[in-house]
Design a protein around this ligand. Structure first.
Ligand SMILES: C[S@@+](CC[C@H](N)C(=O)[O-])C[C@H]1O[C@@H](n2cnc3c(N)ncnc32)[C@H](O)[C@@H]1O
Length: 287
């Protein structure tokens, strides 16, 4: 595919950003997680929204022996966990650091099936059609321009087995008001858009996310063009407020767990309006 300039700029920006970030990845810490994988997942899938989403609907129990492609594998914690749980894992990222991490993990952990790494632009790969049971991404699609997202999802629909499933854990922006509130509150290294406009502009210029539609409606529309079945699981209507409360780390975990449990009683439309994240599930390719 001939890439539009904005797409290539976004890819380069992401590569630079994450090549630098993943230099700090600690292989020993990942091995430590693998040595206590059940305990780690039990805690993470109750209180950490990205793990709650990624492993929703019994994902952990469904992957043993399955062939899984993870796009945007990043620090490789999730690919390592899936491989330790017995899946045959292929991983892709624009950052070559992910490949270095995977090589180190393959060397140090007795996976039943070593993890395979595909480096760089996924649209240039030549994978066999219908070869994966799952294609997944954790906080991946919202890093792509819409052009590239469509090309990648087209490929995903080609490499998924007929009974396979694509699942993406993504950020959700379904309410302008809540989104503006999010930008107003400073978070980690991100200054407030309204109280520190100059600093915010500088932060925004260095941020690897392209400006794009991250609504559930968008993910539904793009999915419907390529798949016959599209499901969205909205998450985080209450959990999103944890970061605004003056709670310490220990209590934050408890707050998040209760918030994520409590939201289940709400109607889906309400959860969708207030969601800060979503799991996007595509099945039954149209091709
Ligand atoms: C927010 S990080 C998420 C990493 C990991 N999945 C996790 O949950 O920690 C987004 C990842 O997508 C990768 N990425 C961004 N654009 C990409 C592209 N065009 N192709 C492959 N990977 C890409 C980045 O390098 C980064 O590792």
């Amino acid at each position: 595919m001939e890439m539009p300039n904005t797409t290539q700029t976004t890819i380069n920006h992401n590569k630079l950003h994450y090549d630098a970030q993943y230099k700090a990845v600690n292989i020993k810490a990942i091995l430590q997680i693998l040595n206590h994988v059940d305990r780690y997942l039990k805690a993470a899938t109750r209180s950490d929204i990205s793990w709650v989403g990624m492993y929703a609907n019994g994902f952990k129990e469904r992957i043993k022996g399955k062939t899984i492609l993870e796009l945007g594998c990043g620090d490789c914690v999730n690919v390592a966990i899936m491989a330790a749980l017995g899946a045959k894992v292929v991983a892709n990222d624009i950052s070559d650091r992910s490949g270095t991490i995977i090589a180190a993990l393959n060397k140090s952990y007795p996976f039943k099936h070593n993890i395979t790494f595909i480096s760089g632009d996924f649209t240039k790969t030549n994978l066999e059609a219908q070869c994966f049971d799952f294609v997944i991404g954790k906080a991946f699609l919202h890093h792509l321009t819409l052009d590239l997202e469509f090309e990648i999802l087209k490929l995903v629909s080609r490499v998924l087995k007929p009974d396979g499933e694509a699942r993406f854990f993504e950020t959700a922006v379904n309410s302008k008001v809540l989104d503006e509130l999010r930008w107003a509150v400073p978070m980690n290294d991100r200054p407030s858009k309204w109280l520190q406009p100059k600093a915010f502009k500088a932060w925004e210029a260095a941020d690897p996310h392209p400006p794009r539609d991250n609504s559930s409606r968008h993910y539904k529309n793009v999915g419907n063009r390529l798949f016959r079945s599209v499901d969205i699981l909205p998450l985080g209507i209450f959990e999103r407020f944890c970061r605004m409360l003056p709670v310490n780390k220990k209590h934050a975990g408890r707050f998040k767990r209760i918030a994520l449990e409590l939201e289940k009683v709400l109607p889906k439309g309400v959860r969708c309006f207030g969601a800060r994240s979503q799991v996007v599930i595509y099945r039954n390719s149209r091709f």
